[in-house]
Design a protein around this ligand. Sequence first.
Ligand SMILES: [Zn+2]
Length: 324
Amino acid sequence: MTHRSTPGADLTLGTLRAAPGTRAAGHIRLDTGPAEVEIPVVLLNGAEPGPRVAVTSGIHGAEYVSIAALRQVANSLDPADVSGCLVAVLVSNPAAFATRSIYIDPLDGRNLNRVFPGDPAGTASQRIADWIVREVMTGSDAFVDMHCGDMNEALVPFTGIEETGDPAIDVVSRSMAAAYGLDFLVVGPLAGSSVSAATALGIPAVLGEVGGQGLWPASDVTRHADGFRRVLASLGLRSGAGDGPTPPTRLLGTDVWLRSSSTGFWHPVVKPGDQVHAGDPVGVVQDAFGAPLQEVTAPLDGVVLFVVSSLAMNDGDPLLAIGG
Ligand SMILES: [Zn+2]
């Protein structure tokens, strides 16, 4: 099923319908298997024809900067100023939001951003992913997935894209990332993610990350919202006037996630944005009595993108990521 923006046509999603020049806001009910969830969605059908842009936040339920930023933009855009359509999923994983869950959907214990493109007969996360792919992404000209550090993560603002080798897609994804204006751009595979699913459908896509640690200060929300507005302007969906210059973004070729090999106590010695060199110590996982279980060193020269900021560490969990 496609929902491509047709000039003069209504924009529909589930039970929501927006005539040209209007907005519609409401909850979409989705049967996830163990529970029915209500997903808040805003549809903006512009007065003028233009691209259909899909955006999600709250794929991770405790990433508040991204959720607050998308609410701010989707609830404030005037359809009279919009050329094209915006389909905005304000909280993609309501059960995770309600339970303040880190990483996972409490209904199935899975990380929603690792199960794309999903499965309509699968677990709760797989069903949400499938709904996003079929109903939200499909038929769109561009896709944006808004994230931040999780409740237990501090990060430096960055964007991520996955290249396909098709310049018609990759050039647009790169221009969206440039318009976002965050500190770094990571180009690399994002297996099982929403962005990966979008690019596999031939839809240019970008991941945006600003803030974290369960906080949502106005400065971070504004930075994320302004970046997203610039992305919409770059796609021709709205005028970019009044947003100021786009901050520069430094390109990083890859990112490496370091993980804990023990359950214990995590003591990082670097912070987001720090430059590190291969072999530098970046932290240690200790046992309850201070003995080192894992001395962690940087495997490459690069910049620290995020650091888990909780003392508690679980075997197999991320510790930090370095982009280089
Ligand atoms: Zn996330």
